[in-house]
Design a protein around this ligand. Sequence first.
Ligand code: PEP
Ligand code: MG
Length: 758
Amino acid sequence: MRSTLRSIIHSVNAADGLQETFDIIVEEVGGAMEADICSVYLLEKDNQNHLLVASYGLNPQLVGKAKIPIGKGIVGHISARGEPFKSEEGSEHEAFFEIPDIGEEGAHAFLGVPITHHRETLGVLVVQQRTSRNYNEDDEAFLVTLSAQLAGIIVNAELRNLVESKARQKPITQFQANSSAPGIAMGKGWVVSPPTSLASVPNRNCKDVDEEIKQLRKSMSRARKDIRDLAATLSTTLAKQELALFAAYEQMLSHNSLGKKIEKLIKEESLWAATALRKVIDDNVKRFMAMDDPYLQERATDVLDLGRRVLNHLQEQSSKPQQFPRKTILISEQVTSGMIAEIPQKYLVGIISLKGSSTSHAAILARSMGIPALMGLRDCPVTALEGKPLIVDGYQNVLFVSPRRVLTEEYKQRQTDEQHMLERLPKKSTAKTKTLDGFTIPLMVNSGMIADFDHDLDLDVDGVGLFRSEYPFMQSDRFPGESEQRHLYRRILKGYKGKPVVIRTLDIGGDKTLPYFPIDEENPFLGWRGIRISLDHPEIFHTQLRAMMLANVGLGNLHISLPMICTLSELDKSLLLIRQVYKEIQEEFAFSEEEFKRPKIGVVIEVPSAVYQIRSIAKRVDFISIGSNDLTQYLFAVDRNNTRVSYLYKALHPAILLALMEICEAGNNEKIPIHICGEIAGNPLATIVLLAMGVTGLSMNIHSIPKVRQVIQKFRMSDASAILSKTLSYETSFEVQEYLTRVLKERGLADLVNPGHQ
Ligand code: PEP
Ligand code: MG
């Protein structure tokens, strides 16, 4: 059953266009269930009728015409109740709705299941039998399983159809995102497919056919070598017969087989090699799937694997400069920091990531670069956006595809207004940021990209509250050595001389992986991450600590923060290693105490267990840094990248506020600084509440600083605790947000409230 399901899903996935999607569904499902009739009815947009969109066995003349009104017939009954229905004598059932000339005469057995997507019924999938048949529970379970998987594919095909439609009067195509980095971007879509995902390769034309063919040949030859190597490794364990398969694969990858077909497509249609590869592989997979022999059907998986191998080599080669649109909007299923870094900054104007949320690292990076981004767009047909004119509205969280002229003009005007608004915000402030009653609040930046530095330096901020040291590691092709790291850290420590710079030790794992240090885990956010990796690899940790401390010689502004600490033992081991490295350098170079200051050490509080040990932690360290992004993720058990559950991710939820209070209380008792470096620090709605809790410094992306500064300058510390008490009286994040929005509006700060913030 599983292989039949897989084979149907694959064929449907490879369909070209909406109608073909439906036609394949009825053909394949009808065939697999040995049904005489298989039909798909879809609920029309006006919710009045169910339209017969495809059928195998009914009168083809009525496909696209026959309708069953809402609430009528067995189809209407299934759709309304959202439940399967079966009967040995469907046409005799009291609800049966007769459609003249449809060809249902003599159809006895009936089994129908709803097609449901995200709690919404899209239509009904029906199988019928002209002979008598008792559809059993297995049949029903099979159809329900299939329908659940088909729903997503149908929605995707419908949307793709809409996006690709050339109709002049087509409706406005727009997609809603879950969250964003603020701003408006207008440009052309540039799709980046995840490594080795053939299905995500967009339809793209090439500039130089000969070059594409050269790359293809090289990749095919490398894939052939992979197969040969694999066969050699397995030669002692596999039987002769199985080894022969590898020879067959090698043969398929030869010029005379797949190679010739792919090259032909590249030449005839001036296609990008990866696009031509995807088309030919899809074609072959379909052919194998259609074979009767189950053994041959299974070979489709092998063809797909061969395709992925070739794609892998093509992707390795395409690291050469590409022709980006002048205004590139980067699109991917899951945009990564690496993808962002690969596009020259002068071209990159916007980012769209199907998966992810406002605190995914791609969103954080986008915000720090001032690039509008949309995160978490359900059902958006990513590959169809390639080359399309797009508008990214990071204020309303909306993406417009191929917008009409009027809309484009309107957004151009909004972009200009936005520019003026930002220019009006005082960027540079030589004075310290103070509340109306004179309390100074240090505002610091979060940094990490090398490109940030010069940009940050000319702003008058009070230091760096978080330097994400993993970003430079991500831009390298190996672990950077001690002197390389030392130069980098020195540049930033020197740039902010006299001000604190918090460098966080390597925080890889989760959604931040290094290409040269792959970590393959089922549950990466709960796995090998941050300090856990550093403690397991003392050689990497030791090099980084040495580089940081050597960079600090003669400057003395280094602060080190430790990510993902969840036990005191992790903290104690880290502190011991830091002390050892300090001593080792002191003995090696004999620096004076004045020249070689002990760095201040802090912990990033981002794991719930650390909140409950905060008193003991606060006694051991010089400062506390609150990582509200991960703290929210772990407190709510919500993967910060998972779009399905992102509605639960609310940094302004009373539960988070109570956890922050605990941390601040412990830090204040020990009289050590407490900084917040998670995204909540840059949310103007949260500013006053955080200060009232006793947070002593806020660290955020550079673009949020002028806004947060404005808030601080409009309030008195003496008002803050009353605002905090009122905030804590609410029980939901919605109420908290609504109240704090009102508070800002009363002070004339309505402009600062951004709907993208959570
Ligand atoms: C955090 O978790 O809040 C944080 C600042 O770290 P990162 O976003 O890099 O995980
Ligand atoms: Mg974190």
